[in-house]
Design a protein around this ligand. Sequence first.
Ligand SMILES: Cc1cc2nc3c(=O)[nH]c(=O)nc-3n(C[C@H](O)[C@H](O)[C@H](O)COP(=O)(O)OP(=O)(O)OC[C@H]3O[C@@H](n4cnc5c(N)ncnc54)[C@H](O)[C@@H]3O)c2cc1C
Length: 397
Amino acid sequence: MAAIPLPGKRFFHLVLAKIVGGPRGIKGVSLFIVPKFIVNADGSLGPRNRVSVSKIEQKMGIHGNATCVMNYDAATGFLLGAAGKGMRAMFTMMNEARLSVGAQGMAQADAAYQNALEYAKTRLQGRAVTGAHPPDGPVVPLIVHPDIRRSLMDQKSFVEGARALILWGAQLLDRAQRRQDKDAEGLISLLTPVIKGFLTDVGYDMTIKAQQVYGGHGYIEEWGMSQYTRDARVAMIYEGANGVQALDLVGRKLAQDGGKHMMAFLELVTSFCKAHGVQDKAYDKDFFEPLSKALRDLQAAGMYLMQHGVKTPNNALAGSYDFMHMFGHVCLGLMWAMTGKAANAALAAGATDVAFYETKLATGRHYMARQLPATALYLSRIETGADTVMALEAANF
Ligand SMILES: Cc1cc2nc3c(=O)[nH]c(=O)nc-3n(C[C@H](O)[C@H](O)[C@H](O)COP(=O)(O)OP(=O)(O)OC[C@H]3O[C@@H](n4cnc5c(N)ncnc54)[C@H](O)[C@@H]3O)c2cc1C
């Protein structure tokens, strides 16, 4: 249920509800517009509708947003669209909302990272092990330490890759909606659960990494880092929990339109690799080879899931979450390979902002070397099927 504020004190709610005597299940769900005030025939405001808030929920985070239990007892609602088509109407809103929630995952990770970076540059702790910092020398800022750098590079490379993916998604959505481009529509439909599920899961992990950079201060409210983890947590749950995103990806989107959109994605990455590989040895080694390897893992996993989807669905669905993450990594690998190519081209063309492009290349290399190889682990998990997952009786857990 979403409340949409209008100017002044007028509100209405969009409510999914069933019409008495209608079909069972989701086919019986319709969408209603339920105003706060009944509007008179002349357009003036009439009496209050019987809509009320019975409770404001106590939540783990996002305290700036009131989540309420609403009562609609004997309230008047007006059917919006056709009876029984409520779920379809809701998904019009929800598909875009899922992309926005994916952007939340990225944005929360980015805000947490910016804080962690600042802290790492200013907090003095420990001594450097190499370079101009002798072991008995003065204490150094955290950012000197390799393990802190690992964490910051993980955060930076995720955030920048994720931002590129969000922008690509927005572009596909524009093409689908403004140019009625069916290929773009199919692709963004396939990518929606990946963008939502992967970016919010990893975005949350990154807020934890950022919090960890603060050590004990990360756990103390005064420093504000726990708020990022609390606020980011809900993005993995609302607009469809991430397990349901994985189910949507493997159970529906993968085989949608005869698997056409999945094939289009694989073809897109393959063509990129073909067109841009074997040009520059350093680029090939750092970007093209890891992307090609991850693509092969994704193809093998997709094949496994397609083969098992109908015959032994447990085998396919036990790997659905891994597949969603694997797919997310390949998307970010593609974003970084494209970014790396653009950065190289800009440098070759004599761009003046050399540090900017070299930083992009170094950040992309980190993602390709340290994050993208995770696809091999996901593939091996997927190929184990459901044997261990389904082994125990519920009573034996
Ligand atoms: C702060 C907040 C604000 C919200 N705002 C709104 C709102 O404005 N409007 C609105 O309509 N809703 C809203 N929601 C509800 C939200 O969309 C749901 O809580 C969310 O989609 C998860 O659904 P659920 O709670 O029914 O969990 P369930 O569907 O019961 O899922 C529970 C767990 O089981 C898993 N699961 C469920 N089914 C399957 C399956 N078939 N296979 C494998 N795993 C499965 C899920 O991944 C999840 O981990 C809000 C929720 C929160 C927390």
